[in-house]
Design a protein around this ligand. Structure first.
Ligand SMILES: Cc1cc2nc3c(=O)[nH]c(=O)nc-3n(C[C@H](O)[C@H](O)[C@H](O)COP(=O)(O)O)c2cc1C
Length: 176
């Protein structure tokens, strides 16, 4: 069975991005979903002084090893003031200290969602520009606008958005 990481790039316990990432990962066939929750990582905000004094936290090394061991990554970005959530950015910075190629050349399905009509498109564009230079094999990307209008526990309620997402899930499935 293939292993897929599902990550909501937020530390909200009720993260809508986590819900979307887990939903999409669970649509894949013959895969096991490994959910990463940023709240499970008890590490300080990245800082060079902390790193010099204490080194890289073991949990970060373990997460880097986990990324190296899976067959694909489904990630959905929370947008905070047009950019990464602070919790994700710190994690990303830590991971980049283990290996610049954070995403280990793994197939990636990159998404963003927000309650607003822009669906986190600004942070999605940032990640689309940056992640491939940091080892992401970017297969598909998708923005879900107005999360609470367009998502239910059974999936995307808007037909056109649902068709778009399903086509991208099919494309991703072929690459994992
Ligand atoms: C500090 C802060 C900044 C935010 N900035 C944006 C923003 O720039 N664009 C946006 O669409 N939503 C913004 N939001 C709303 C988030 O999209 C919303 O909180 C969403 O639930 C975040 O995703 P999450 O539930 O996965 O954490 C912001 C929320 C917070 C708390």
């Amino acid at each position: 069975m293939k292993k897929i990481i599902a990550l909501g790039a937020s530390n909200s316990k009720e993260s809508i991005n986590k819900r979307l990432a887990v939903f999409v990962a669970n649509q894949l066939q013959n895969t096991e979903t490994i959910i990463i929750d940023l709240n499970d990582y008890d590490i300080p905000i990245y800082g060079i002084d902390y790193e010099t004094e204490h080194g890289i936290p073991a949990q970060i090394q373990e997460l880097s090893n986990l990324i190296a061991s899976v067959d694909g990554i489904v990630i959905s970005m929370a947008e905070h003031n047009g950019s990464y959530s602070a919790a994700f950015k710190s994690m990303f910075d830590w991971l980049s200290r283990v290996d610049k190629y954070v995403w280990k050349n793994k197939p990636m399905f990159l998404m963003a969602t927000s309650p607003g009509g822009r669906g986190g498109i600004t942070v999605l564009e940032t990640a689309k520009n940056t992640f491939p230079r940091m080892g992401a094999n970017l297969i598909a990307d998708f923005s879900l606008p107005s999360f609470y209008d367009n998502f239910s526990k059974n999936g995307i309620t808007d037909d056109e958005l649902n068709n778009q997402l399903n086509a991208k899930i099919d494309a991703f499935q072929k690459e994992i």
